[in-house]
Design a protein around this ligand. Structure first.
Ligand code: SAH
Ligand code: SF4
Ligand code: F3S
Length: 459
């Protein structure tokens, strides 16, 4: 199936925005087009098909799409004058939310497809090549796309050492500010056997670390061969038995779905890395309630306490939104206090961005932009201090680093620590795919540098 004859080879250029699930999805779309002769190319002007895989989470998502489409139109027109057709597809969450608008405003787009219909892409390409006019498919089909997608071909990182694997998709939580339940649909979990088979293939292709993905990954409840429904803890246990798979991570988890079994797994499974991205969004109970998050600040702190009891060195990461409608100075201060109480190893933070169709967008008491910006600056300064402090605690320690590829400078190799820190050393290419002890010498702005322990022993 892999070897398309030379004359059938076509170029495919995929542009990926948004979350890690989009990275995974782009790889799957590439797989599904492979039997049609499409092979990845680096630039759109060498491509017979271009896919723009979009994100709708914040800001002027649609505007960004239209401006990129404007650029792609120029490429498409230039290729057309040379007699080449370029099939232009828009995928992802903006396609799902604003498919019709895209076709109305950008009629040169050939295909618009939502995240749940990637398995139908070959059929859409055939239809787009046959017919004049565009093809749109933003259904939430009853069948699961995973049952129809071909086997994942390879890990997604250069060097192939780390892979993403989607195990759960969609969200039923309807936070006040968020588009995801509308763009990704209802929560659904892939069956255990299909996840394990894909993980084994990824390991056979060279992956040493797999990050399990889901919009609410710890809400995973997949049908297992034993006739039961497995949660994420049980799945992680089964994955950790795969020979050659050294490291397991998962993202993004919701505090409400952090059950006892999963907390215990952080104590019991050495392959489960001591790093957890557990978004809290706000430290104010009033705002958490307005956001519909379903827990209080105290409950989050209690969760952190239990996680640290189970795995004392666990590094925590979070997402924060500042300036949600109704957020006062006191609410913001409660968020700052929660940050001080937890101590995060890293975090992502954003000003609230009203999203069309979500409850918060129409709420009274929108916070003025300059107030949001000032709060974000203060919050990010605090988080920066915490990130530096966390990284400082690893200086002087010896950490097992999984090497993923070459560093920026000649002779330099780069990898990641158990705590998801980027680490650089001077070393040979043969380190790629190896987990090797590194003595951490220095903290740089966003990474650590160190020396190989083994090499020093032989020096
Ligand atoms: N399922 C995850 C989050 C997915 S979206 C969870 O529940 O935590 C990723 C992050 O984008 C969110 O955690 C939130 O911090 C941010 N985000 C989502 N919608 C936003 C909006 N309207 N404005 C600003 N940030 C937003
Ligand atoms: Fe969005 Fe909330 Fe669902 Fe996360 S849990 S994807 S923030 S609605
Ligand atoms: Fe963006 Fe959709 Fe992911 S909105 S963050 S691409 S789920």
């Amino acid at each position: 199936m892999d070897a398309a004859p030379e004359d059938r080879r076509k170029g495919l250029h995929v542009i990926t925005w948004g979350c890690q699930m989009n990275v995974y999805d782009s790889a799957r779309m590439t797989d599904v087009l492979r039997p049609l002769g499409y092979r990845p190319v680096d630039t759109p002007d060498a491509a017979d098909m271009v896919i723009l895989n979009t994100c709708h989470i914040r800001d002027r998502a649609a505007e960004k799409v239209f401006s990129e489409l404007g650029r792609l139109r120029v490429v498409k027109d230039a290729r057309a004058t040379e007699g080449h057709k370029t099939v232009l597809a828009v995928a992802g969450c903006v396609a799902q939310a604003e498919g019709r608008e895209i076709l109305a405003r950008a009629p040169f787009v050939d295909i618009v497809l939502g995240p749940q219909t990637y398995h139908r892409l070959p059929e859409m390409v055939a239809r787009a090549s046959r017919a004049a006019g565009a093809v749109i498919d933003t259904d939430f089909p009853a069948e699961q796309k995973f049952d129809f997608l071909p086997d994942a071909q390879a890990p997604q990182t250069p060097g192939g050492v780390t892979s993403f694997l989607t195990i759960q998709e969609g969200c039923d939580k309807f936070c006040s500010f968020c588009v995801v339940p509308y763009t990704r649909g209802a929560e659904a979990s892939r069956p255990v056997a299909s996840v394990l088979a894909e993980a084994r293939r990824m390991v056979d292709a060279g992956a040493r670390e797999i990050t399990l993905l889901g919009q609410n990954v710890n809400a995973y409840h997949g049908a297992a061969p034993d006739g039961r429904i497995w949660g994420l803890a049980r799945l992680a246990e089964a994955l950790s038995a795969i020979p050659g798979l050294a490291r397991i991570r998962y993202t993004t988890s919701h505090p409400r779905d952090m059950d006892d079994a999963l907390i215990a797994a952080h104590r019991d499974l050495p392959a489960l890395m001591p790093f957890l991205h557990l978004p809290v969004q706000s430290g104010s109970d009033r705002i958490l309630d307005a956001m519909n998050r379903g827990h209080t600040a105290a409950q989050y702190l209690e969760l952190v306490h239990r996680l640290r009891e189970a795995r004392p060195d666990i590094a925590l990461s979070s997402d924060f939104i500042v300036g949600h409608p109704g957020e006062t100075d006191a609410d913001f201060e409660a968020t700052m206090q929660l940050i001080r109480d937890v101590g995060f190893a890293q975090a992502f933070s954003f000003t609230y961005s009203p999203r069309p169709g979500t409850p918060a967008a129409g709420a009274a008491l929108q916070v003025p932009e300059p107030v949001k910006d000032a709060r974000l600056q203060a919050l990010q300064a605090l988080l920066r201090t915490q990130q530096d402090a966390f990284n400082d605690t690893t200086v002087g320690r010896t950490l097992p680093v999984l090497f993923t590829g070459r560093g920026r400078k000649p002779g330099q190799m780069s990898g990641r620590s158990p705590y998801l820190q980027a680490v650089h050393v001077d070393g040979p290419d043969t380190l790629i795919g190896q987990i090797t002890d590194v003595e951490i010498a220095e903290r740089l702005t966003n990474s650590l540098s160190g020396t190989l322990v083994q090499e020093r022993a032989f020096a």
